[in-house]
Write a protein that binds this ligand. Structure first.
Ligand code: ADP
Length: 449
C-alpha cells in the first residue's frame, strides 16, 4: 500500500514528466512560430518545407506531407515533405496524377478527406482500415510500418486549399492536448501560407502596376506627339486655306457672285471653328497631363479678374455686357494662366448664352459653412438663358452642347477644360440654374493665405 508521501512523489514525478512534455511541445511551437514569422517568401514550397520538419518533430511523426490543390484541374500536389524519398515525390507529382474528384482518392486518402470535410481526420490503426485502402496507402507511401495518420486541412478564406498530413509508425493516443497542438501548429502554418499567398498576389500586382506605368508613359509620349501634331501640323494647312480665301476675297472682291461670297464666308467660319477646336483640344490635353508643381503660385484674384476684364473689353462692348465684382476676393493657390482661363470661360459663356438686353455677369465670394476650411467658393452668376436641371452634369462633358452652331457658336470644350483644371487643383465645380432665369456657376479654389 502506498503511503501518502510516496503517492505524492509519484504524482509529482508524473506531473513533472507531463509538464516536461508540454514544455517541449510549447518550445517546438515557439520555434515553428518563429520560423513562420520570419518567412517572407512568395515561394509556398520553401515556406512549407521549413515548417514541416519541426511540425513532425513536435508531433512525434515519422513522415509529414504538405499537399496543395492546384487549379484549374484540381490536382493534388506534394509541395513539401519530411521523411519521404525524393523519388516518391517526383513520381507522385508528375506521374500518378491523382485528381481530387477520383473515387479512390476521396474515399481513401486521409488528406483529401480532411480537405473535403474541412476537419482533422485521424486514423488510429491503419491495419483496421479497408484492405484496398491499406494496400493502396502503404504501397504508394512506400512505408510498410505506418500505423496511424493525422490530416489537418489548410483553410484559407473558408476554402480548404490543401492539407498537412502526419504519418506515425507508432500509435499515439491523439489526446486533446495532442490535437490542440496539431491544430495550433496547422493554424500557424496556414497563416504563413496565407501570408505568402498575399505576398505573391502583392508582388504580382506590383509587377502589373509597373507594366501599366510603362504603358502609360508610352501612351503619354504618343499623346505628346499627337498634341504636337494637333497644335502645329494641323494649323499649317488651316493657314493655307485661310490665305487662299483672303486672296480670293481680295482679287475677286467685286466679281464674286453672292452665292460664292456666302460659300466663302461659310468656309471662313468653318476654319475659325477648326482653329478653336484645335486650340481647345490642345489646352485640354495639356491640362490633363501637367504635373502639379506648376500649380502652386500665389494668385491675387482681384488683379486676375481685372486683367481678364481688360482682355475681354472689346467682347464686352460688342455684346453690351458688363462684369460686376460684388466682393473682394482673397489670394488663392494655383496656376495664374489656368485660373484666368476658368474665369474667362465662365464669363464668356454667361454673356454668350444670354438674350438679355443688358447682359450682366456677377462674380462673388460665397460664404459656405460646409466648405473645407482650406478652400474658398466663388460664384459666377449671369442673367442668361439658363440651363434645365437635367443638363447640370452633362454640360461639363467634352463636346456636350445644348444648342446648334447656328444658335450659339462654340466647340463644347470650354466647361470640360474648366472642370479638368479644377480637378487638378482637387477642387470642384457645379451649377444651379433654371431655364430663362440665368445660371450660377459655383467653384472652389485653394486659399492662398
Ligand atoms: P461652348 O461654350 O463652346 O458651347 P462649353 O463647354 O463652355 O462649350 O459649354 C457647354 C454647353 O453648356 C454650352 O454649349 C451651353 O449649351 C451650356 N452652357 C454653358 N454655360 C452656360 C451658361 N452660362 N448659360 C447657359 N448655358 C450654358
Amino acid at each position: 500500500m502506498l503511503n501518502l508521501s510516496s503517492k505524492s512523489d509519484l504524482f509529482k514525478s508524473g506531473t513533472k514528466a507531463l509538464v516536461g512534455n508540454t514544455f517541449k511541445k510549447l518550445k517546438a511551437l515557439e520555434d515553428i512560430s518563429y520560423v513562420c514569422s520570419n518567412l517572407y517568401t512568395s515561394d509556398l514550397e520553401s515556406a512549407a518545407t521549413q515548417v514541416i520538419k519541426p511540425f513532425c518533430e513536435l508531433a512525434g511523426a515519422d513522415v509529414g506531407v504538405v499537399m496543395i490543390l492546384k487549379n484549374p484541374d484540381k490536382q493534388i500536389y506534394i509541395v513539401a515533405s519530411y521523411g519521404l524519398s525524393e523519388g516518391f515525390i517526383e513520381t507522385y507529382n508528375n506521374k500518378l496524377r491523382y485528381t481530387l474528384n477520383s473515387d479512390c482518392v476521396t474515399e481513401n486518402w486521409p488528406s483529401i478527406r480532411s480537405v473535403y470535410k474541412k476537419k482533422i481526420v485521424l486514423i488510429k490503426d491503419t491495419d483496421k482500415m479497408r484492405v484496398e485502402y491499406s494496400k493502396f496507402f502503404k504501397e504508394s507511401l512506400g512505408v510498410n510500418k505506418i500505423k496511424s495518420v493525422a490530416s489537418v486541412p489548410i483553410i484559407i478564406n473558408n476554402d480548404a486549399i490543401g492539407a498537412i498530413s502526419l504519418y506515425y509508425t507508432n500509435q499515439p493516443d491523439f489526446n486533446d492536448e495532442e490535437l490542440s497542438f496539431m491544430k495550433t501548429t496547422a493554424n500557424i502554418i496556414t497563416g504563413t501560407i496565407e501570408r505568402n499567398h498575399l505576398l505573391e498576389a502583392a508582388k504580382k500586382s506590383e509587377k502589373e502596376l509597373a507594366e501599366a506605368n510603362e504603358d502609360l508613359q508610352q501612351i503619354n509620349q504618343e499623346l505628346d506627339s499627337f498634341v504636337y501634331i494637333a497644335s502645329h501640323d494641323l494649323r499649317e494647312p488651316l493657314r493655307t486655306i485661310e490665305s487662299f480665301i483672303s486672296v480670293i476675297q481680295d482679287q475677286f472682291k467685286n466679281s464674286l457672285e453672292d452665292k460664292l461670297q456666302e460659300y466663302l464666308l461659310r468656309i471662313i467660319k468653318a476654319t475659325k471653328r477648326m482653329r478653336k477646336l484645335i486650340e481647345d483640344l490642345t489646352q485640354l490635353s495639356r491640362v490633363s497631363r501637367e504635373t502639379k508643381d506648376k500649380e502652386n503660385e500665389l494668385v491675387d484674384l482681384n488683379v486676375l479678374i481685372t486683367e481678364v476684364q481688360f482682355e475681354l473689353t472689346a467682347f464686352l462692348q460688342d455684346k453690351n455686357a458688363q462684369i460686376v465684382l460684388t466682393s473682394e476676393s482673397p489670394k488663392v493657390l494655383g496656376n495664374k494662366e489656368k485660373t484666368a482661363s476658368i474665369f474667362k470661360n465662365l464669363i464668356t459663356n454667361g454673356i454668350k448664352f444670354n438674350k438679355s438686353k443688358e447682359k450682366k455677369v456677377e462674380i462673388s465670394l460665397v460664404n459656405n459653412p460646409n466648405l473645407d476650411h482650406k478652400k474658398i467658393c466663388i460664384c459666377v452668376k449671369d442673367n442668361g438663358i439658363g440651363i434645365p436641371k437635367e443638363y447640370y452634369e452633362k454640360i461639363f462633358g467634352l463636346f456636350q452642347r445644348l444648342h446648334s452652331q447656328d444658335e450659339y457658336e462654340g466647340t463644347g470644350a470650354g466647361l470640360a477644360i474648366v472642370k479638368k483644371i479644377l480637378e487638378k487643383y482637387n477642387c470642384e465645380i457645379w451649377v444651379e440654374s433654371e431655364k430663362d432665369k440665368g445660371s450660377k456657376f459655383y467653384f472652389t479654389l485653394i486659399k492662398g493665405d
